[in-house]
Design a protein around this ligand. Structure first.
Ligand SMILES: *[C@@H]1O[C@H](CO)[C@@H](O)[C@H](O)[C@H]1NC(C)=O
Ligand SMILES: *[C@@H]1O[C@H](CO)[C@@H](O)[C@H](O)[C@H]1NC(C)=O
Length: 324
């Protein structure tokens, strides 16, 4: 019996490879990562006052906190929300400009808006805020966790968290949706639909929809039951605009979504992920996690979140988290 448990333990312990290393300031929460075109500098943006900005000469560090992207906050006004408290940035580059989608929201409610800011350099304070992008309000979704992609020349934003989960909307321009209406692309029918933080990434002939399933949280006083905490799922689609399925062929509108990364070793509750196309390494999955030792010692709220990363191997047609 003991031997069986021991073997099971070994199997679980080795289910996922170790995360990539990080030196310097390794805090993050709902990161967005991008390399600057001009000099290859890595930028890591996080939820936080004015959008926290960290930079590094390499993926591994040393990372430095260089300040707030929007030190004066957003021009969006939402009842009961501090306009400096900006969530879930998503940054991309097109036509010589960096675009940052961001969120103002009242936690656990549909009082939310997605806005956009632009910069030529991504330096703190260099961002021009353009405010709301104009996704129509709807009781079906929550307007948080934006993620941009271009598919055959048409730009889209993925967004959503709980309620009816993940939606996609075509953009009229990078600054607004115009009269386009969102359509649902992923949904978990169970419990209260714990799906959020979507990120769509094209590789080979497919579009891969990464999302965080399970319970996010500061993991301080009360912890979810084991297995219910944050983890990273993936679905794929040939068109990128619908018909997402998981590795077993289950529709991602019907609770599908293959888990590719979950709690292991010191990495508890990985999520808030995205994929960086590293100029040297290719596709890299980045995420936040909560160190198990911090959780076990009672935690220290969102200050405890850390940045993790692993290269992704797409050779089977499905992304696999690689050992460093
Ligand atoms: C923030 O607001 C102050 C006061 O209005 C202004 O002087 C400063 O230029 C603003 N900073 C940014 C980055 O917009
Ligand atoms: C759907 O939700 C259930 C209950 O929370 C969970 O066990 C399952 O892993 C979820 N699946 C996906 C793909 O999110």
């Amino acid at each position: 019996m003991l031997a069986i448990f021991f073997c099971l333990f070994i199997a679980l312990a080795s289910a996922y490879p170790a995360r990539g290393p990080c030196t310097g300031d390794c805090w993050t929460h709902d990161p967005s990562m991008i390399q600057r075109e001009s000099d290859g500098t890595y930028f890591r943006f996080s939820t936080g006052t004015g959008v926290n900005t960290m930079t590094s000469p390499s993926l591994t560090g040393p990372w430095s906190d260089v300040g707030a992207a929007l030190p004066n906050g957003s021009k969006i006004t939402l009842d009961g929300v501090d306009s400096h408290d900006i969530w879930a940035p998503d940054v991309h580059y097109q036509g010589g400009t960096y675009y940052m989608y961001y969120v103002l929201s009242k936690l656990g409610t549909q009082t939310s808006q997605i806005g956009v800011a632009t910069s030529k350099t991504m330096e703190p304070g260099s961002w021009t805020d353009h405010g709301i992008i104009g996704i129509p309000a709807n009781s079906a979704y929550n307007r948080i966790d934006p993620n941009w992609i271009s598919i055959n020349g048409q730009q889209y934003l993925q967004f959503g968290s709980y309620w009816q989960d993940i939606y996609q909307v075509a953009l009229e321009s990078p600054l607004g949706v115009g009269f386009n209406t969102p359509h649902q692309i992923a949904y978990n029918a169970s419990l209260n639909h714990r799906v959020e933080g979507s990120f769509l990434y094209q590789h080979g002939g497919f579009y891969y929809l990464f999302f965080s399933g399970g319970i996010a949280g500061s993991y301080t006083a009360t912890y979810p039951a084991q297995g219910e905490e944050y983890r990273v799922h993936v679905c794929r689609s040939a068109s990128g605009t619908g018909h997402f399925v998981d590795e077993s062929g289950r529709s991602c509108l019907e609770s599908g979504g293959t888990i590719i990364l979950a709690s292991h070793d010191q990495v508890y509750a990985p999520g808030g992920q995205g994929v960086l196309t590293d100029k040297d390494l290719g596709p890299v999955l980045y995420y936040h996690y909560y160190p198990l030792s911090v959780k076990q010692s009672g935690g220290n709220g969102i200050a405890g979140y850390m940045y993790g990363w692993n290269e992704l191997d797409f050779s089977t047609g499905w992304p696999v988290v690689k050992a460093v």
